[in-house]
Write a protein that binds this ligand. Structure first.
Ligand code: XMP
Length: 513
């Protein structure tokens, strides 16, 4: 059992996952659990510190979430953030009230003053900007606590009881807008809880490999490899752990980007596993022939994918374990902590109903996306797989607008490759979250050399977003767009026009279909 662990008790705040990520960025392991985790379980978890998250409620509401007050007698340090701070004050004898409008109610960036004698603020400036979002405030601080931070509007921004090692802040140290927020979290972990920072990816890799070996024993493992980051890293981990007990089925539906199928295959060549690459291009194209409706395309591709996978799985007979690339954000549901949720937006959704297996294993279920990438690197996966941008399950099938043909797919693959290549050459990959080319179903007149052309228009799309629910179009420098456009019309036969999509989401979506 890992020794240095922090417990994040979730009161339904919007930043609960961010807190956990910040803690792990300080090389300290932590897990997010629901606020009503029973005291016995908290004791068994044996955290070196506990963080209470923010939440939408007021502590004096009838339905407000509370902790088992036994946590205050465990002798474990506690940091309360926003609602968590108010809860700490409320439970320990302070008084929390609704702030009067225009007085202690605060939202947004706020100049804040700190007592740097408090361990939480050790070594930090006495004045800096914090991110506030609270309508309640502590009218009376509990006994044993001192005031260690204030703002112009609110005298009780930070409280601490150094003896019992309880700390509370009204602002959100986990968000980037709080200037020294990460330092405060670090101080809580290192100065208060006594952490040494033993959570590293290379240690985790060893532990995860061992855990997978123990679980699998001499069983058979099946994994549907999509080529995306999560399934690739899960595959690499299992490959390292159980070698040829693992069968990876990689369905190449012919709707991959240029070289993608070969790259995925190559990345796994170093392991002695059963790597089954099913070249199903013809089969998919046949099913898609003449289909133009986007949702029908999606459905056909999804169903055919399952059929192919099922056929391959049947050849293996009964397998003991089916691997899923579930990651931690899929597991944590606000306010519910460890609610087990199997990814609904999964490229191979529905598989468990069709394949004969005994148990699911989810080797990444405790990792955030950045950590999955770091683990992939530790396992020796190439950078192009580890940093792969999101790619929809139906692949280029929804980027060839209208009817899909092999000819159109080939044109699109070339154009998309040039776009990605130029973005990489310009060093812009990290400034955008998803970027690709789509083949419109518009043909238009052009002139090339002395001749008239009547060819396709390629549309380029790039978005900058944090969650893909909303997205802004990326301001790619004109010189780069110019180069991409020139190369595409010169190098890709069948294209005489390049368009750049300058619509955000909403009203547009990221994909064209
Ligand atoms: P939209 O177009 O809905 O895209 O704004 C948001 C994100 O979802 C991806 N996407 C899909 N992923 N199957 C997937 O696995 C799909 O059918 C699908 N459609 C869209 C899209 O690439 C973007 O990242």
């Amino acid at each position: 059992m890992r020794e240095e662990k922090i417990l994040v008790l979730d009161f339904g705040g919007q930043y609960n996952q961010l807190i956990a990520r910040r803690v792990r960025e300080c090389n300290v392991y932590c897990e997010v659990k629901p606020f009503d985790m029973p005291l016995e379980e908290i004791k068994a978890y044996d955290p070196m510190g506990i963080i209470f998250t923010g939440g939408p409620n007021s502590v004096y509401d009838e339905k407000a979430p509370h902790v088992d007050t036994g946590v205050f007698r465990l002798g474990v340090p506690i940091l309360g953030i926003c609602y968590g701070c108010q809860l700490l004050a409320h439970e320990l004898g302070g008084k929390v009230t609704a702030a009067q409008a225009d007085s202690a109610r605060e939202y947004g960036k706020t100049e804040t003053f700190f007592d740097t004698g408090c361990r939480l603020f050790k070594g930090l400036p006495e004045q800096s900007v914090t991110w506030m979002s609270h309508g309640d405030y502590m009218a009376k601080v509990p006994e044993g606590f001192s005031l260690v931070a204030h703002s112009a509007a609110c005298p009780t921004v930070g409280i601490c009881d150094e003896q019992r090692r309880f700390y509370g802040v009204q602002f959100h140290p986990e968000v980037n807008h709080t200037e020294f927020g990460q330092n405060m979290i670090r101080n809580f972990l290192y100065e208060v809880c006594g952490a040494t920072g033993s959570w590293t990816m290379s240690d985790y890799k060893q532990e995860a490999i061992q855990a997978a070996r123990d679980k699998v024993g001499d069983g058979k493992v099946l994994l549907g490899l999509s080529g995306g980051v999560d399934s690739s890293v899960a595959a690499a981990l299992l490959a390292e752990a159980v070698g040829n007990q693992l069968t990876c089925v990689f369905v190449d539906h012919g709707l991959m980007r240029k070289n993608e199928g070969d790259e995925v295959e190559q990345a796994f060549a170093k392991w002695d596993i059963n790597f089954v690459r099913v070249n199903a291009e013809e089969r998919f194209l046949q099913k898609l022939s003449g289909v133009t409706d986007p949702e029908r395309k999606r459905k056909i591709i999804g169903e055919e994918f399952i059929r192919v996978f099922e056929e391959e799985a049947k050849k293996l007979g009964t397998v003991d374990f089916l691997v899923q690339g579930t990651i931690y954000p899929d597991v944590i549901e606000s306010g519910k902590g460890d609610a087990a949720v199997i990814k609904s937006h999964h490229n191979v959704g529905g598989l468990p109903d069709y394949v004969d297996f005994k148990e699911i294993i989810e080797p990444l279920r405790m990792l955030f996306k950045d950590e999955v990438r770091a683990l992939g690197r530790e396992l020796g996966l190439p950078e192009y797989l580890v940093m792969r941008q999101p790619f929809p399950g139906p692949g280029l099938g929804i980027r060839v607008i209208g009817e899909i043909t092999k000819e159109k797919l080939d044109i699109l693959r070339e154009a998309d490759f040039i776009f990605r290549d130029e973005i990489a050459r310009a060093g812009l990959e990290h400034t955008m979250n998803q970027y690709f080319a789509a083949l419109t179903n518009m043909r238009s007149v052009g002139v090339m050399g002395d001749g008239r052309t009547y060819d396709y228009a390629v549309a380029l799309r790039s978005v900058t977003t944090s969650d893909f629910m909303t997205a802004d179009w990326t301001r790619i420098p004109y010189e780069v767009l110019d180069k991409v456009s020139n190369r595409i019309v010169n190098e890709v036969k069948g294209v005489n026009r390049v368009l750049y999509d300058i619509t955000s989401k909403p009203p547009a979506t990221v994909e064209f279909e």
